[in-house]
Design a binder for this molecule. Structure first.
Ligand code: NAP
Length: 189
């Protein structure tokens, strides 16, 4: 029997921090969140490459911040926002990419690059935001996973591994964390 879910809309304006907002799902989500009256902190590696998007988001009350999720200092963005009074209600770990190649011809540095952006990057941001969410007893963390993490394709082995690693790391903590807080950690494909 298919599960049914009820989604309720909150009346509170929520603050979203979205990684990889310069295109695709990240950009769409930023636009949908703003259209729903929420505050968006959009991020990308090179905001100067998308001045029109920066203008669009900031003209609707949002903010655009430079963020490379590969950086070992990426968590600073969360600490800076929180310490300046911006409470992050929803973290969307969206930034990601796939190098399409059979695994035997992939260079180790390419595989590491996928792990950096889609495993260590989101994990670092999750570790940084959790203490603030825990303190407020509220928060949502959305990880953009992939069906590939369950059923890898020939040309997406490293990508699938990075997505599956994040799923495996965060899912086990979900029931425990969410019992203590009104916190949701989930994956979208
Ligand atoms: N498209 C699909 O069919 C599909 C299916 C399942 C899951 N997903 C997942 O959904 C997410 C978004 O995919 P998409 O198709 O919307 O991709 P996309 O259009 O290529 O956008 C990817 C975004 O990630 C950003 N990015 C990449 N590496 C980054 C890094 N190191 N630091 C910060 N930002 C980085 C890019 O920003 P800049 O380059 O501007 O910095 C870009 O905004 C990804 O995690 C992807 O794996 C996609």
């Amino acid at each position: 029997m298919a599960a049914t879910f009820t989604f309720t809309r909150t009346k509170k304006q929520l603050t979203w921090l979205i990684t990889g907002s310069s295109s695709g799902f990240g950009l769409s989500l930023a636009r949908i969140a703003q259209a729903g009256g929420h505050k968006v902190i959009a991020t990308s590696r090179n905001p100067s490459k998308t001045p029109d998007l920066v203008k669009e988001v900031e003209s609707k009350g949002g903010k655009w911040v430079q963020l490379d999720v590969d950086s070992p200092h990426s968590a600073q963005v969360i600490n800076d926002l929180e310490k300046s009074g911006t409470e992050i209600d929803i973290l969307v770990n969206n930034a990601g990419f796939s190098i399409y190649s059979p695994i035997e011809t992939m260079q180790e540095q390419e595989i590491r690059a996928e792990m950096e952006s889609m495993y260590f990057g989101p994990l670092r941001l999750t570790q940084a935001v959790l203490p603030y969410m825990r303190q407020r007893r509220y928060g949502v963390i959305v990880n953009m996973s992939s069906g590939a993490s369950l059923e890898a394709r020939d040309s997406m082995g490293a990508y699938a591994g990075a997505k599956a690693a994040l799923d495996g790391t965060l899912y086990p903590s979900t029931p425990r964390v969410s019992k203590q807080l009104k916190l949701t950690i989930n994956a979208q494909a």
